[in-house]
Design a protein around this ligand. Sequence first.
Ligand SMILES: NC(=O)c1ccc[n+]([C@@H]2O[C@H](COP(=O)([O-])OP(=O)(O)OC[C@H]3O[C@@H](n4cnc5c(N)ncnc54)[C@H](O)[C@@H]3O)[C@@H](O)[C@H]2O)c1
Length: 290
Amino acid sequence: MTRHQVSGKPTILITGAAGRIGSLLRRTLPHDPALKEHFKGSFALKVTDILDPGPGNKEDEVFVGTLADPAFVASMFVDGSVRAVIHLAGYPREADWDVLLDANIRSSINIWEAARKFKVERVLYASSNHAIGFYPRSRTIDSTMPQRPDSRYGLTKVFGEELGFLYAYKFGIRSFSMRIGMFLPEPTTHRGLSTWLSHPDMVALAKVGLTADYTCEIVYGVSDNSRSFWDNSAAQRLGYHPQDSADAYAHLFPASDLAQDDAAEHFQGGPYINDGLTSSPAFRAELDKD
Ligand SMILES: NC(=O)c1ccc[n+]([C@@H]2O[C@H](COP(=O)([O-])OP(=O)(O)OC[C@H]3O[C@@H](n4cnc5c(N)ncnc54)[C@H](O)[C@@H]3O)[C@@H](O)[C@H]2O)c1
């Protein structure tokens, strides 16, 4: 299903627009003066999801369908107006390969292929902290460290980051992978004191991705939490200055419910680590070494 409102303006395409992050960005980005200036006066949104994202702004073009279908994806780009994609659509947690292949792998391939064919300037990608979940919490890692996926889901996010790399350096499409921590109105767990990303900070990070000068960046989608596992200097250099901090909620979660030697407590990926875990603890200890 497609509802067209052709405006002739440059457009930003938001995928996963019926979802939590997509609906926030859809609501907020059109009113941002800095973005209007960046797009030399005005821009429009195209929004897509496998579920109907609802009417939203009057001018939005809405496309309902699966991104696993390349013809459907191409139909959103064919008018040549798409300048930037914010690619959020996907299955957002651990699942069987059958689910992840369509939602996270085929969909991402189709988005980047369309971006190449229709000369899109940049793709912002919703990666995840589960792309690096197998780092111990005792290490503060930046965006240059090799990925360490903690799940099939995390591995699909590694794949998306690497699609961004290939299409940036091979085809000149700017790539901005956001390793999102825990996007919620407020932290709800002890681990969230490290990984929380507030709604305003999500918007701020997307604005950096839409306007900054870069070729291929991996950044952390995290607020200004003093307990963060991540060195987010790459995002800061590009102009990301988070306004919120999980520190304000620290009194609500004074300690984890888990023992220190529980793998979910030891590694950054938290509960994703224990999901299906059968390897020996001795083997996992290798991951603590620098
Ligand atoms: N929310 C978080 O804390 C968090 C953390 C890390 C990464 N992320 C990533 O950010 C993105 C958005 O997260 P969210 O919390 O808004 O998730 P969400 O589940 O609320 O939204 C994802 C949207 O993608 C759509 N979708 C799924 N498969 C699709 C397909 N084949 N074609 C078209 N649309 C499809 C869904 O219908 C859904 O509306 C996801 O890719 C997720 O993996 C989120």
